[in-house]
Write a protein that binds this ligand. Structure first.
Ligand code: HEC
Ligand code: HEC
Length: 348
């Protein structure tokens, strides 16, 4: 009897053993499949939070024509626009420097040391408000700012109109393009039309959003997930432009930013959220040019930003690993696209 029980026990145990063995060999594959599905779902969810960047908006009273764009380009490159005929728009927004100047802060009229970084003009026509603090409502409005600014081009607009009237080619071209005389308004319109051609919209990331799965690397995809998830970048860098077009304080001191425009205490140290397409071309970064590389920028966020009594509550240490920091940089690079070309025109 005892022997029979023992045999039965062995049989039962071996069946159990076989079962558990089967489970063990089956388990890793099942787990792997489940994991891959989870990752894909996370990726798809992240991807769904982004939108491609459509065409640049064009104001109804400043339609784009080839001739207007060409005229605007000449003006953009023409040092006559400054009081001493030395600096043009190009001096601080040079095609070869990502349409910025590559310096932390600008150097203005007769060597003036500027307080802020020259931002890129790439995609600047997509913003509702221009400048780091949003004090201009359009590119047309913006263009006349630097021309007159004592510390930038220091040019009187009436004198500029007289000066350009002395150049027959300009008189002819303004007449052709606007059916009108040379005026400050028309100068601004032509320059703005040219600026609206300096666009980066067709990036690897945009192609990925449109279904080209391999357009960006696995690393950039990891970065995208972090951007839209754990790292919280999308709280501010949202929508097709990757900017909420709002103003935030990241903890940088020494410049009151948006406060100068609104006079509201709560706007102290706030700046407009930067759009990010093309960003790899436009170092150094931030309104004060204090961050040299994209890695420096991501590290700045990783540490929770700087110290300012008005710092956004969204700025918290992120505890990202080195690999995750690099993935975020990879993602930023994937939406950088190609630098638009602008050959120096013949100045009349
Ligand atoms: C001396 C350097 C300098 C010159 C010359 C200059 N800019 Fe700028 N530009 C800047 C700086 C600095 C800012 C940012 C100022 C701020 O936000 O307070 C800026 C801002 C801008 C912006 C806003 C971009 C945005 O993100 O909203 C545009 C557009 C622009 N400039 C176009 C021009 C045009 C057009 C000209 C010529 C008429 C010109 N600039 C001449 C330095 C310069
Ligand atoms: C609280 C809102 C907010 C969050 C969150 C945020 N940003 Fe920003 N970002 C901004 C603002 C505002 C600026 C411009 C700040 C300035 O110039 O001082 C900016 C600037 C940048 C710039 C520099 C652009 C340039 O041309 O100088 C990069 C790159 C950037 N952010 C990437 C990121 C990444 C990556 C994350 C997530 C780790 C992130 N941001 C999270 C608001 C935010």
């Amino acid at each position: 009897m005892k022997k029979a029980y023992a045999v039965l026990l062995i049989v039962v145990l071996s069946i159990l053993g076989a079962c558990s063995n089967n489970e063990e060999t089956a388990a890793p594959e099942d787990k792997k499949n489940v994991k891959e599905e989870v990752i894909d779902k996370e990726l798809e969810e992240a991807k769904a939070k982004f939108e491609v960047l459509g065409d640049i908006p064009v104001p109804a009273d400043n339609t784009m024509t080839d001739e207007k764009i060409e005229l605007g380009k000449k003006l953009y490159f023409d040092p006559r626009l400054s009081g001493n005929n030395v600096q043009s728009c190009m001096s601080c927004h040079a095609p070869g420097a990502g349409y910025g100047d590559g310096m932390a802060k600008f150097i203005g009229f007769e060597g003036f040391n500027g307080p802020r970084n020259s931002p890129t003009i790439i995609n600047s026509g997509y913003y509702d408000e221009n400048f780091w603090d949003g004090r201009a409502g359009s590119l047309e409005e913006q263009a006349l700012g630097p021309i007159q600014s004592e510390v930038e081009m220091n040019q009187n607009l009436d004198e500029l109109v007289i000066e350009l009237n002395g150049v027959p080619t300009y008189v002819e071209e303004f007449n052709k393009v606007f059916n009108d005389k040379i005026s400050a308004d028309n100068i601004a319109k032509a320059i703005a039309a040219f600026e609206r051609t300096i666009v980066i919209a067709d990036t690897a990331f945009d192609r990925y959003l449109q279904g080209e799965e391999d357009a960006i690397s696995a690393d950039a995809k990891d970065g995208m997930k972090l951007f839209a998830g754990e790292a919280g970048c999308i709280s501010c860098h949202a929508g097709p432009l990757l900017s909420d077009q709002n103003y935030h304080n990241l903890g940088m001191s020494g410049d009151d930013g948006r406060f100068a425009v609104t006079g509201n205490e709560e706007d102290k140290g706030k700046f407009r959220t930067s759009a990010l397409r093309g960003v790899a071309h436009t170092s150094p970064y931030m309104h004060d040019g204090s961050l040299e590389t994209l890695k420096d920028v991501v590290q700045y966020y990783n540490e929770g930003g700087g110290n300012h009594s008005n710092k956004s509550e969204l700025m918290k240490p992120l505890n990202l690993t080195d690999r995750e920091v690099d993935s975020l940089v990879g993602f930023l690079e994937s939406l950088s696209g190609e630098l638009p070309k602008a050959e120096t025109p013949k100045i009349p």
